[in-house]
Design a protein around this ligand. Structure first.
Ligand code: SF4
Length: 544
């Protein structure tokens, strides 16, 4: 199949012009209901602005463009007229705004229709189309199970927004994993305590389904290599679903082969194992190639058939109807300036190794290498390795939020901003999390095998010898070698820097006691090592 079918010119005038954005590839969207092939048309646009407003991984750009082209061809095959503007279509203005204005001029539509965008920036753009003198109808995004209004109603009746309570409401509302008498199935709302196992030896997770790039995807890959040669990431391992059919197969593959162990090992990490038992369905969901309900139903089916245990099924469903919907709710509820939050007042620069993986920290090298190779990292790598480092080293939250947005194939602002600014960087004043997810190298050592292949010692806070150990074991793995782990230095430095800020936070009380019991000399040594590390890593000054 090639994308030649997208070359047909649409002639005006048209009655309704339905605009489909790259993250709205939902065949069941109300936007497409009732379109008349004779009178109406669909507008889809590939524009450089979207691949460049933050540095975008080559696989992310390829995924969006290829999935858009496949979706548009499906629409053409359904008989709809599609004005499809390719990146290299002559006269492409390379912005949504410019292309909508051009289409309005050429086609003279009586009205524009669009599904609610997934980003404040695009929402503002849509609002600015009021000066086009064509009515614009914005339809709700029915992919989600909670509307912005429902979330606002829930949020406004609470002092703090706790995902767990939102999730319980969702379970009741959607009648998922509930007993007839309104209790959570199995007696618990979540099974996190069963879901924290690390691997004792090299894991043998089944290889996941990776569709082979077809002609359209290969055409896009060439275009991206040519047009965005300097963009981060590599394309050779591209294997993401770009059609609904492929997305459904990826769902089946996960449910049949990996869901069973997903819960137990969802927080575990292992060198050269980017996917493990994770679903890797977030790109399909975020582009709307998959629906939330069908994923929930598939997981429930596995539970009913005895193919997956409750702790795995519940953990997966919590990500779908709990965390994902909660995060989106926060994004719209907290307003367009939420993404500018910098509650911990951190201003450091993102180190160069985030773009090339060149670092002697084994956990970061592995986690970033796989982002460069696949545009993917699972949630614990995002939260506790790449994210945790940014938090404790003092990086500006916007710098890491933009990296998350552009470097993961599933990056869309409504997902990445609350996850990074709120959850990872604790920069939103505690809206998403009541305490920062800061951890030393010891957490990473417990949950992975990274530290075994690293020149640093996760237990050491300072120095290259065996002084300043975080326990009594001396140097690396107790043998007296290895320099202090930068995570561990930065972790204690983070606590020292923010000691007063977190003084009233009862969830931090215990850990802050450890800082209080250090003598001034020890605190000073940690602070100066952290300062030296920042200088060496190009992070620079973190406070203004
Ligand atoms: Fe990462 Fe520190 Fe472990 Fe090295 S020792 S892998 S830097 S946590």
């Amino acid at each position: 199949m090639s994308s030649d079918k997208l070359g047909a010119e649409v002639k005006g005038p048209v009655r309704q012009l339905a605009i489909v954005l790259g993250d709205q590839l939902d065949h069941d969207a109300p936007l497409l209901d009732g379109l008349d092939p004779e009178q109406d048309a669909v507008l889809m646009m590939e524009v450089e602005e979207e691949a460049k407003h933050v540095p975008s991984h080559k696989q992310r750009t390829t995924l969006f463009l290829s999935a858009m082209r496949h979706f548009a061809i499906d629409l053409v095959e359904r008989g709809l007229r599609v004005r499809y503007v390719k990146l290299d279509t002559p006269h492409n203005t390379q912005s949504f705004d410019g292309e909508v204005k051009r289409a309005v001029k050429v086609l003279g539509p009586e009205c524009l229709k669009i599904t609610h965008p997934g980003e404040w920036r695009v929402k503002r753009m849509v609002e600015s189309w009021s000066d086009l003198d064509v009515p614009v109808e914005v339809l709700p995004d029915e992919h989600f199970t909670t509307t912005a209004e429902e979330f606002a109603e829930w949020a406004e009746s609470r002092k703090t927004l706790v995902m767990e309570y939102f999730y319980r409401e969702q379970r009741k509302k959607l009648d998922v994993l509930m007993t007839k008498d309104g209790k959570p199935r199995g007696g618990e709302w979540n099974y996190d305590s069963d879901n924290r196992d690390a691997f004792k030896q090299a894991p043998r997770a089944p290889k996941r389904y990776t569709p082979r790039p077809d002609d359209i995807t290969r055409e896009v890959m060439e275009l991206v290599e040519k047009r965005f040669a300097d963009a981060p990431g590599r394309l050779d391992a591209f294997g993401w679903p770009v059609t609904r059919r492929e997305a459904r197969r990826a769902l089946r593959d996960f449910v049949d082969r990996r869901l069973k162990h997903f819960g137990q090992y969802q927080d575990a990490m292992w060198t050269d194992e980017p996917f493990l038992y994770h679903s890797t369905l977030s790109p399909c969901l975020n582009l709307k190639l998959l629906g939330v309900k069908e994923c929930v139903e598939a997981a429930l089916g596995a539970l009913e058939n005895g193919d997956a245990p409750l702790n795995s099924v519940e953990g997966f469903i919590r990500q779908l109807i709990g965390w994902r919907e909660f995060i989106r709710g926060v994004y719209w509820h907290e307003g367009s300036r939420y993404g500018e939050g910098n509650g911990l007042d951190q201003h450091g620069e993102l180190p160069e190794f985030y773009w090339n993986g060149e670092t002697d920290m084994a956990c970061l090298r592995d986690s970033i290498d796989q982002v460069l190779e696949h545009g993917y990292g699972h949630h614990i790598q995002r939260l506790m390795v790449t994210g945790n480092f940014a938090l404790i080293a003092g990086i500006h939250p916007r710098a890491i939020a933009d990296w998350y947005l552009g470097m993961y194939v599933d990056g869309i602002d409504w997902v990445t901003t609350p996850n990074t600014v709120g959850m990872v960087m604790h920069a939103d004043g505690g809206v998403v999390g009541t305490k920062p997810y800061a951890a030393s190298g010891r957490y990473i050592d417990r949950m992975s095998n990274y530290c075994k292949g690293c020149r640093h010692d996760p237990v050491k806070r300072t120095g290259d010898g065996d002084q300043g150990s975080d326990d009594d074991s001396g140097g690396k793995n107790g043998d007296g070698e290895g320099s202090a782990c930068p995570f561990t230095t930065f972790y204690w430095d983070f606590l020292i820097r923010n000691r007063e800020r977190f003084r009233e936070n009862h969830r931090m009380a215990m850990i802050l006691k450890n800082v209080d019991t250090m003598d001034d000399g020890e605190r000073g040594e940690i602070t100066s090592r952290a300062r030296r590390l920042r200088k060496d890593l190009g992070i620079g000054r973190i406070s203004r």
